[in-house]
Design a protein around this ligand. Structure first.
Ligand SMILES: Cc1cc2nc3c(=O)[nH]c(=O)nc-3n(C[C@H](O)[C@H](O)[C@H](O)COP(=O)(O)O)c2cc1C
Length: 462
């Protein structure tokens, strides 16, 4: 994320950390070149469009701690990174809740065109009340309605990306003096509950047309949305069983939408700290913990209480009940009856769950293989503790070990799109049975796609 603190707050203060350079173009070109040197699929860029203002003195606390503010627009970083790489992909976050779809469709097509099909879109519906206030609303749109909006939003995008232009519309015929054949470009004339968009799309077809669709979700509405639309899903779960169950359930729902089980790649965010010996890795972990900010974590979690002020032997539940407060989105990480002291300790340890490992390359590679083989995930999103040491350590120590085990590519296939990298050759576009593809038939533009959620009450049922 284009800020000093995305998830592991406070680390920007660690010696040698380059995070404070996020406002320099060279920071992003260096990150991109490093990731490409490591043969990564893609760089993932998170985003929020408001401030974390529930903890302590509100936005002031977030500003002091550098919790996702200042924060730059991630879409703007992609051309710079693309210019210094040939193969690296870019998964960029953008919210469906606040800005209407037409301008976003154009921006993403611009990026897909300029990068030769290397972009993905992380679909989010946003969760900050402060963000709603930045876009003219008094409060957040209710959670499930955000997915109803997101469904119409993406329908508009599909019409623009897949239906508005034929693949051969640009003829660039100097002799006949025709750049684009008007018979092969059409308006979309979308009239929905939330959006009215005439079209045509302003950008010609790009290598992927629709960028690779990423999504992270945990709710019934979000999972149903992912089952219809998403191609890469950040899957959650505290245990192997949870993760396996969530993957299987999402695959089943995808099949109900006419998709194939392997049309979705499942990834988790993983914390990896490595060195040539276990003792060195543990020392690095201790060092990172030293800089980690518990306050930053509480701000990020939107906690309404400062746990550090309570008796460590008290339970979180009783503190919350007494204060009439909520513990923001951190609450679900703690078990009922957990004490304040143990919760603080858990946070200070980086709140490590199953997808965390600190140790030698052998130990880390064993863990990754077990996540792949036992939990059934397809890949990881590497949590960044330290820029650029986290990526450098992974590239120098873990990549060769995984390559030795036949678990990691040894070269890119030059010129492939991000979707082909993830799903195989010949798969530059979404498959013909994906919801987006129906608009490839111009006649479909006149007949609306049935909404995913016919009414809000249908969400819980799904
Ligand atoms: C790995 C990961 C990355 C995420 N990145 C973002 C982000 O950049 N911006 C954002 O607004 N939400 C982000 N989220 C939050 C999700 O979009 C989503 O709101 C959350 O997973 C809860 O799901 P639900 O909205 O379906 O309840 C992320 C979640 C995960 C797990």
């Amino acid at each position: 994320m284009a800020c000093v603190g995305h998830i592991v707050h406070g680390m920007w203060r660690a010696p040698g950390n380059n995070r404070h350079r996020f406002g320099e173009l060279s920071y992003w070109t260096e990150v991109a070149q490093l990731a490409e040197e490591g043969l990564f699929d893609a760089i993932f860029l998170a985003d929020v469009v408001g401030t974390y203002d529930r903890f302590g003195d509100g936005t002031a606390a977030a500003l002091r701690q550098g919790v996702q503010i200042p924060n730059l627009d991630p879409l703007m970083l992609v051309p710079a990174m693309a210019a210094v790489t040939r193969n690296l992909g870019f998964g960029v976050t953008f919210s469906t809740t606040y800005e209407p779809p037409f301008a976003f469709a154009r921006r993403m097509s611009t990026l897909d065109l300029l990068t030769g099909g290397r972009v993905g879109w992380n679909i989010v519906t946003s969760y900050l009340r402060s963000a709603a206030r930045n876009f003219g609303l008094d409060d957040e749109v209710p959670h499930d309605e955000r997915y109803v909006i997101a469904d119409e939003y993406i329908d508009v995008l599909y019409k623009l990306w897949e239906g508005s232009w034929d693949g051969d519309a640009v003829v660039a015929d100097r002799a006949r003096d025709i750049h684009t054949d008007p018979d092969r470009v059409r308006t979309i004339d979308h009239h929905g509950a939330y959006f009215r968009v005439a079209g045509p799309h302003l950008v010609q077809p790009t290598a992927q047309r629709t960028p690779v669709l990423f999504q992270a979700t945990g709710s019934p509405a979000g999972l149903e949305y992912a089952a219809r639309h998403a191609e890469v899903v950040f899957i959650g779960g505290q245990t192997t069983e949870d993760v396996r169950r969530n993957i299987a359930a999402t695959r089943r729902r995808a099949q109900a939408h006419g998709r194939r089980p392997d049309d979705i790649r499942f990834i988790v965010q993983a914390g990896i700290i490595t060195a040539t010996t276990d003792a060195q890795a543990q020392a690095k972990l201790r060092d990172y913990r030293h800089f980690y900010s518990v306050e930053g974590a509480l701000i990020h979690a939107q906690s309404e209480i400062d746990l550090r002020r309570y008796d460590p032997n008290d339970t979180i539940e009783s503190v919350l009940a007494r204060e009439g407060a909520r513990f923001g989105n951190m609450g679900r990480r703690f078990h009922p009856g957990q004490t304040v002291g143990s919760a603080l300790e858990q946070i200070a340890r980086f709140d490590e769950g199953r997808y965390f490992v600190a140790g030698t390359p052998g130990r880390v590679a064993d863990a990754i293989e077990s996540w792949l083989d036992v939990d059934g995930i397809d890949g990881i999103n590497l949590r960044q503790y330290h820029s650029f040491d986290t990526a450098r350590d992974f590239i120098n120590l873990i990549v060769p070990e995984l390559q030795r085990r036949g678990r990691y590519r040894t070269a890119y296939t030059d010129g492939e799109t991000l979707r082909e990298r993830l799903f195989g050759a010949g798969r530059a576009h979404l498959p013909s049975y994906h919801a987006a593809a129906r608009y490839r038939d111009p006649a479909a533009l006149a007949t609306p796609t049935p909404p995913l959620f016919p009414d809000l009450s249908s969400i819980k049922a799904s």
